[in-house]
Design a protein around this ligand. Sequence first.
Ligand code: SF4
Length: 265
Amino acid sequence: MKPPRKSTLKSPAALPPAGMPDPVPAAPKRSRVAKKPLHGTAEAPRRARRMNAQQAAAFVRALAAANPAPETELDFSSPYTLLVAVALSAQATDVSVNKATATLFPAADTPEKMVALGEEGVAGHIRRIGLWKSKAKNVVALSRLLIERHASEVPADRAALEALPGVGRKTANVVLNVAFGEEAMAVDTHIFRLGNRTGLAPGRTPRAVEDALMQRVPAELLRDAHHWLILHGRYICKARAPECWHCVARELCNYGDKVLWPPAR
Ligand code: SF4
C-alpha cells in the first residue's frame, strides 16, 4: 500500500450534495440588473483570450517549477479511505473532513467495518460537516456495493466508480488519479475558474474545461496537473481577488484585470 497521501481535491463552494452528480457549475446567467463580481465566480468566471498551445504548456510548467512536489490535503491511507474522504468533502473543507475521518477511519477503514458501523455510527463521526445525513447514507451504501460487486476493493474503472452512491465524475477522477496514478483531471471550482479566467482552458462546463486541459497540459505533467491548478486557484488565483503580484505565471496569463499590488493594510 502506498504511504498516506493527502488530497487537495475538494471544492466546498461548488460540490453538490452527496448522492448527486459531481459539480456542474451553471452557465453564466445574463441579467440586466445583477452586477458582475469584481473578478468573477466559479459559476460565472470571467473569460480571457484563449492561450495558444505553447503559452498553455508554459503556464503549467511555471506552476510545476514553483512546486515540484505538490502536497495534498485530505488524509487517507488506502484507495477506500481516499474514496470515502473525497465523498465526504462535498461542500466541506479538507480541514473539517480530516477532523471527521480522524475518528471515523480508526473505527472503520474497510467496507466491512463501515457497513457494520452503520449510518448512525458513521453519522456520529461526521455530524460537523455539511450534508452529513446523506453522506453517512452514501458511505454505507457505497461500502455495501464494494463488498457485493468488487470484492471489497475500490475499482480502478470510471464506470464502476460512477455507479457507486455519491460518486460522480469529479470524485472518480480524483480516485483514478490519486489512488491509481491515471492521468485524470478532476475539475473543481478552482480549476473551472482558473481555466476560464486565465485563458488556459476556457469552457462553459467543467467537462469542457477538463477536455481542454487534457489536450493542452503537456503529457509529462498530466499526472500532477490538477494538484498544481487546484493549489494555484485556492491560494493565489483566488475567486474574489487573484493575488497576481506574486503569481509565477503572471507573464503567461491572459486575464485582463490582474491585481498587481497587494491591498494596503
Ligand atoms: S496572473 Fe493573476 S489572474 Fe493570472 S493566473 Fe496569476 S493570479 Fe490568476
